[in-house]
Design a protein around this ligand. Sequence first.
Ligand code: AMP
Length: 288
Amino acid sequence: MELLTNRNAMRAWVQEQRKAGHRIGFVPTMGALHAGHGRLVQESLAFTDRTVVSIFVNPTQFGPGEDFDRYPRIFEQDREMLQQQGCHALFYPDVAAMYPDGFQTAITVEPLGSQLCGLKRPGHFGGVATVVAVLLGLVRPDKAFFGLKDYQQFVIIQRLVLDLGLECEIVGVPTVREADGLAMSSRNRYLNDEDRQRASAIPAALGAARAAFLAGERQSGRLEAIARRILTEAGIHRIQYISVRSAATLMPLEQILEDGVVLTAVMVGNTRLIDNMLLKHQPQERDG
Ligand code: AMP
């Protein structure tokens, strides 16, 4: 696996692969890799010829008082995991490489980016959209792989690629979960034992809403109430949102007549956790 740490090296690698006729798959991450990231890499390896993963803890998507400084950084372990998986290249730039002197561009995707997580994290999705646009410009992948775990991010990136006319397919990969259903996240390592146990109520709450949906309940308010009750009964009281939306546009829905998604963000201890489940009229295997 090749290690690339600046823009020129990244571009040169891409050119080489293109010359050889390879289709390029790209998996952007912030590192502290787990099996969820592993699944994205597997998909990329399966559906393209050459896979490049990026590891970059992007400062512009963290707000003041958020966990940028303490975000887990375990580069050697990450590199080992990617090497073992058979990944072809690792892009590992520092902040100066990604945001060279004089950098001025900022991309916003509005109003998608100012609702749900955007309410509590103003500027977050602008930071994400900007860094992803830079990365897609450097790598020019045929396919880029994103987790449905970050569903709002997934919809925003799809919008960005459509709006900017980028020739890249955005592939959404189902959420990988722990044995008790908790969505894998680099932030789960912040949880103490008690909070970790409590956090299993998140997938339980979303799962109950989905079960009610599959049993015929179509009123968003009722589905949200079912999920909210399970969270509060488990002692999760700081619920930033629990919301049923259109899966395609994230617009609020009173009744789920098209495919929906139930999304939540909660605080467990000092850790902010997000999760979601799709509410599909015809359940398919590939639903997050
Ligand atoms: P991050 O490193 O947290 O920025 O995540 C990098 C990519 O991995 C994003 O596209 C995430 O949506 C995806 N991802 C994170 N956790 C999971 C998970 N549990 N299952 C599937 N994809 C995930």
